[in-house]
Design a protein around this ligand. Structure first.
Ligand SMILES: [Zn+2]
Length: 338
């Protein structure tokens, strides 16, 4: 009898042990599957991000070929407005154009919010007299991208994201939109100190202003220069330098790359960073809708290059960029339509 109950007990213990081991195995298998899914997701994110950047690099290159003024522009970058190329081929109707006109409540009226802390500049800055000049600055991108489409151009079919998120710093980890605004605010103070009238399309990062709305804002002031401030990115981390994008059509077509070269070379002289060229293109809605004024998309440096990334967030380097831009503005003809 005792022997029998011991046997039963052993059987029971074996069953319990089997259940525990089975449960343990199931937990281990589930953990392995979860870990596998996480690893797969991480790897696929990295791959798609790399492919995205590579795609933009390729596009910039193909668009620049034959259009650049500067043969040294051998490493055109992923760029700028950083959106996909137009995929829609619908003809732009007048109604679709009208619907993209800016809602005045979306766009800054050019008056800075009273709570905004403007940066300070050294009291002894030396620059040209910019009295009588008017410049509109567009700090590129914004905190949250908006993939809703807007017409690429008033003269061509195609559409583009309203606004994209931009690149980010390989070393500083800062988002491009933040650096663009930081330099734009410093530039505003800098140019105003020299007598220039300055308006910004945005003074905060958390806004939603499309590239066309920014262009319309600039047009409303008929500035001597519309400067769209951006930082660049490239798969090759050794690529560095300043470049300028302009529209390849419009009222100022014949002058745009001449002025762009003057802008790029002026900043290069002030900062020591190489100027890698002007790229005339029709892929930037923010330029295409502002061809009645001298409009420039300025890539101030590469955030994918460790040295330039760190410099772009450096106050004294930012002042050098401002100095180069101030010198450039002084060479621009004043807009007689104003
Ligand atoms: Zn950008």
């Amino acid at each position: 009898m005792i022997k029998h109950s011991q046997k039963e007990m052993r059987k029971k213990l074996r069953r319990q042990a089997t259940i525990i081991v089975s449960l343990g195995l199931i937990v281990v298998v589930v953990l392995i599957i979860l870990a596998g899914m996480l690893i797969f997701r991480f790897v696929s994110d990295r791959v798609s991000s790399a492919q995205h950047n590579n795609f933009e690099t390729t596009m910039a290159y193909s668009e620049s070929s034959g259009q650049t003024n500067n043969p040294s522009l051998s490493n055109p970058s992923s760029d700028s407005e950083q959106t996909t190329v137009p995929v829609e081929s619908s003809t732009i109707s007048s109604s679709s154009v009208e619907s993209s006109a800016p809602d005045p409540t979306d766009v800054t009226d050019g008056v800075l919010p009273t709570e905004l802390q403007l940066p300070t500049i050294p009291s002894d800055i030396d620059g040209p007299d910019l009295t009588g000049y008017l410049v509109v600055i567009d700090p590129g991108h914004q905190m949250y991208p908006d993939s809703e489409q807007e017409p690429l151009s008033p003269t061509m079919s195609g559409s583009k994201d309203r606004v994209s998120s931009g690149t980010s710093g390989v070393s500083t980890k800062r988002p491009e939109y933040e650096v663009n605004l930081e330099i734009a605010l410093l530039l505003k103070v800098y140019l105003e100190e020299l007598g220039c009238e300055v308006y910004l399309t945005r003074t905060e990062n958390d806004v939603n202003i499309s590239n066309i709305e920014r262009a319309e804002f600039a047009l409303s002031y008929m500035p001597d220069a519309y400067l769209r401030l951006h930082c660049n990115g490239n798969m090759d981390s050794s690529v560095r330098g300043i470049s300028v994008f302009v529209a390849d059509f419009g009222k100022h077509k014949s002058n745009l790359c001449v002025w762009a070269d003057a802008l790029g070379q002026s900043i290069s002289l002030a900062t020591g960073s190489p100027y890698i060229g002007c790229n005339a293109s029709s892929r930037y809605s923010g330029l295409n809708w502002a061809t009645d004024i001298p409009s420039f998309l300025l890539e101030m440096g590469f955030m994918t290059n460790q040295q330039e990334d760190e410099l772009l967030s450096d106050y004294s380097y930012q002042l050098k960029i401002c100095s180069g831009i101030a010198d450039f503005v002084s060479t621009m003809p004043k807009n007689t339509s104003r």
